[in-house]
Design a protein around this ligand. Structure first.
Ligand code: CP
Length: 314
């Protein structure tokens, strides 16, 4: 990796990997590696964000991302406030910008936001002086998920450059896919996306990826696969006949893995629909790094919170 130690971080927000250079992405991964060491200590805490306050503002459900950001902030000694939309004045019709400005009036330093609307974190970042970190917005980006995916890949395979990485499943509705494509291609991986035609967005190849509808083609030469969640809570009627049909054609089963490289790394951002995009045997099998991804999320989010909180004015 290049310039890891020399980089001066200048971005107050993390809105997506589209907006970061290769050097910036590498710098986050490098910083995360030092925080990973902190997470293995008996006392898993450093004073890097002492005196700072982080608000987790989640307009959509989350288990991994919300808990991980909370843990990351606490391990950096920040104060943390979790705002659930159900119990906030958003239910009374308050706009995102008004909510953001009111949070800022309470002297908050970082707002971590998850929103069902693509671009919501960008709007918020333009409206407040506090740092804004995107925890997933609509179908747009989920940058910290892609960063923890890349961190996990690098930990397992030693590099990102030159790896064959296939992203499989519901590409059309996936912010995880978009952030992974931005990040992996910037770091020199060869990315293939694979799904039925109905789940491949038009023009995706312009992002520098190979597109296929043939699962065997996508996985045969892959060093790693990232299997996406079928977003059953959104209206997916019409994109495939039944869950069983989807699993037969695009699901990752032990049988399917037999044509892959022996040490293929199997990732999934979670939550998993077992028996739809992946069998339980694969999810819990020896190639799976799914729970390592979750663990690595803490160090990656510590790095992101630390960097945006200490950003120098560019
Ligand atoms: N991967 C992910 O974003 O999971 P959560 O929705 O549980 O945060």
């Amino acid at each position: 990796m290049t310039n890891e130690k020399k980089m001066v971080w200048t971005k107050k927000d993390l809105l997506g990997l589209e907006y970061l250079s290769r050097e910036e992405i590498e710098h986050i991964l490098y910083t995360a590696a030092s925080f990973k060491e902190v997470t293995t200590r008996q006392i898993k805490k450093v004073p890097a964000l002492r005196g700072k306050t982080v608000v987790n503002l989640f307009y959509e459900p989350s288990t991994r991302t919300r808990i991980s950001f909370e843990l990351a902030a606490k391990r950096l000694s920040a104060d943390v406030i979790n705002v659930g939309v159900e119990s906030s004045s958003v239910r009374k019709g308050e706009t995102l910008i008004d909510t953001g400005k009111n949070i800022e009036a309470l002297k908050i330093d970082i707002i971590v936001v998850r929103h069902d609307c693509s671009g919501a974190p960008n709007i918020l970042a333009r409206s407040v002086k506090a740092s804004v970190v995107n925890a997933g917005d609509g179908w747009h980006e989920h940058p910290t998920q892609a960063l923890l995916d890349m961190f996990t890949l690098k930990s397992k395979l030693g590099r990102i450059e030159g790896l064959n990485v296939s992203i499989i499943g519901d590409i059309a509705h996936s912010r995880v896919a978009r952030s992974n494509i931005w990040g992996l291609t910037k770091l020199g991986a060869k990315v293939t996306v694979c799904a039925p035609k109905t789940l491949i967005p038009e023009g995706i190849e312009k992002m520098g990826v190979k597109v296929t509808n043939d699962l065997d083609e996508a996985i045969r030469e892959a060093d790693a696969i990232n299997v996406l969640r079928m977003q059953l809570e959104r209206d997916v009627s019409g994109v495939f006949p039944t869950k069983i049909d989807f699993f037969k054609q695009y699901g990752i089963s032990e049988e399917r893995l037999k044509i892959c490289k022996k040490n293929i790394v199997v990732m999934h951002p979670g939550p998993i629909n077992r028996g739809v995009e992946m069998s339980s045997a694969v999810a819990d099998g020896q190639n799976s790094v799914i729970l390592e991804q979750v663990t690595n999320g803490i160090a990656v989010r510590m790095a992101v919170l630390y960097l945006v909180a200490h950003a120098k004015k560019g």
